[in-house]
Design a protein. Structure first.
Length: 110
């Protein structure tokens, strides 16, 4: 039961972090001034044309949350427990990959 609650909380924290503007992009504009953008990891995924990673994260986190809710409501199937554990681990791995990918993504401005 504790793992189910932690799984739901972790999924919520992942989505909050993915929506925080934690990156700063700077570019020199044609007029010579420097423009600055504050971007979230989701924005950076879109810039890098890697938005499928976000959809994959959402799908795996949804499976994790749904199976966690099933466990909280009393479903005691070993299959549901296994799916919940695997999807929580998968969500964590995808989150880490997204953070690595977005930290190394370089935006090109024309």
């Amino acid at each position: 039961m504790l793992i189910a609650i932690l799984s739901i909380l972790v999924s919520i924290v992942y989505f909050v972090v993915l929506n925080l503007a934690i990156y700063t992009d700077r570019a020199v504009m044609p007029a010579g001034n420097i423009r600055e953008w504050h971007r979230s990891p989701i924005d950076r995924l879109n810039i890098a044309d890697q938005s499928f990673m976000l959809y994959l994260q959402i799908a795996v986190a949804a499976v994790s949350i749904i199976t966690s809710i099933l466990l909280l409501f009393g479903v005691r199937s070993q299959t549901v427990k296994t799916i919940q554990l695997i999807s929580t681990i998968g969500s964590t791995v995808i989150f880490i990959l997204i953070m690595i990918l977005t930290s190394t993504a370089n935006a090109h401005y024309a």
